[in-house]
Design a protein around this ligand. Structure first.
Ligand SMILES: [Zn+2]
Length: 284
């Protein structure tokens, strides 16, 4: 192994003939260099893409009603196997779990979102749990989030969270497709809300530090997908006797900004926290 003084290093490797032939054929077909293919494969093998949030657009733009899709579900799935978001026109709640993207709509149905579907806002990661816990007797959203607060490594790192188990009670909403020009608070005023009892499922989501409030929804943001894939939505409240919690901290942020007319014209200078709290929390 030789090293050069800059940020690249030369590797001299021995690989089996079959792998070598496959590498050459891949490079011939795609035009990629062998170095690029090896670097990508090593990054994947060594977990380099883990601990990276891939985010599309910003919470500030969402508050301003920038609901036009700018990336496809296929693009998102290339950058993560886990996450949440919404669809063009605020058409329901998105749940990305084990590499499959689900769409929970305002009419209460859940379907697999096609790869060509467009999204205006999304947060994804390659989920690899670092820590696992069991939480007993969760009485409410406030109780759950207060307990997770004590388990996260401080207030300044992003974290991905996966919770599984049976919910004695879970209250979710699913955004309904919005009229053009509506902002987030107006658009979520006619959201559909659903209450389920004794339902097993997974909560998928993130904790975002307060300092990042113009980029992502600050605090906890979780979406539900039931095990039978028939129910889902943005979680407002819950109660559960026992849930497993898996935590994955994130140190890298890959932010994709839309070039849509709505994003280019939007006034993103304000603090969206109050509007986010109103749109994403329990509606009075
Ligand atoms: Zn949500």
């Amino acid at each position: 192994m030789n090293t050069t003084p800059d940020t690249f290093h030369d590797l001299h490797l021995r690989v089996p003939a079959g792998l070598w032939a496959a590498l050459r054929e891949h490079c011939r077909l795609t035009g990629e260099t062998a170095s690029h293919v090896m670097a990508t494969a090593l990054a994947e093998r060594l977990d380099i893409e883990h601990h990276t949030i891939y985010q599309v657009s910003t919470s500030g733009a969402l508050v301003q009603g920038v609901f036009q899709g700018c990336v496809t579900v296929g693009d998102i799935r290339r950058h993560g196997d886990f996450g949440l978001g919404t669809f063009e026109g605020l058409d329901g709640e998105g749940i990305l779990l084990d590499g499959v993207c689900w769409q929970a709509r305002g009419d209460g149905t859940v379907r697999v979102a096609p790869d060509e579907a467009l999204a205006p806002f999304w947060v994804a990661t390659h989920f690899a749990a670092e820590k696992k816990y069991t939480l007993d007797d969760i009485t409410s959203w406030a109780d759950l989030t207060a307990r997770i607060d004590t388990l996260r490594p401080g207030a300044n790192l992003f974290a991905a969270l996966r919770l599984r188990g049976q919910f004695d009670r879970v209250h979710v909403r699913a955004a309904c497709k919005s009229a053009p020009g509506a902002d987030l608070v107006t658009a979520t005023r006619h959201q559909a809300e659903f209450r389920f009892e004794k339902i097993t499922g997974t909560l998928v989501g993130f904790w975002t530090p307060a300092y990042a409030r113009t980029l992502n929804v600050p605090g906890y943001h979780l979406h539900l997908l039931s095990d039978d894939h028939r129910h889902g939505g943005h979680v407002l409240d819950l109660e559960a006797a026992r849930l497993s919690l898996e935590l994955h901290t994130e140190q890298h942020l890959h932010l994709v900004l839309p070039e849509t007319p709505g994003f280019l014209k939007a006034d993103l200078t304000g603090d969206p926290s109050a509007a986010l709290a109103k749109a994403e929390g329990i509606q009075s």
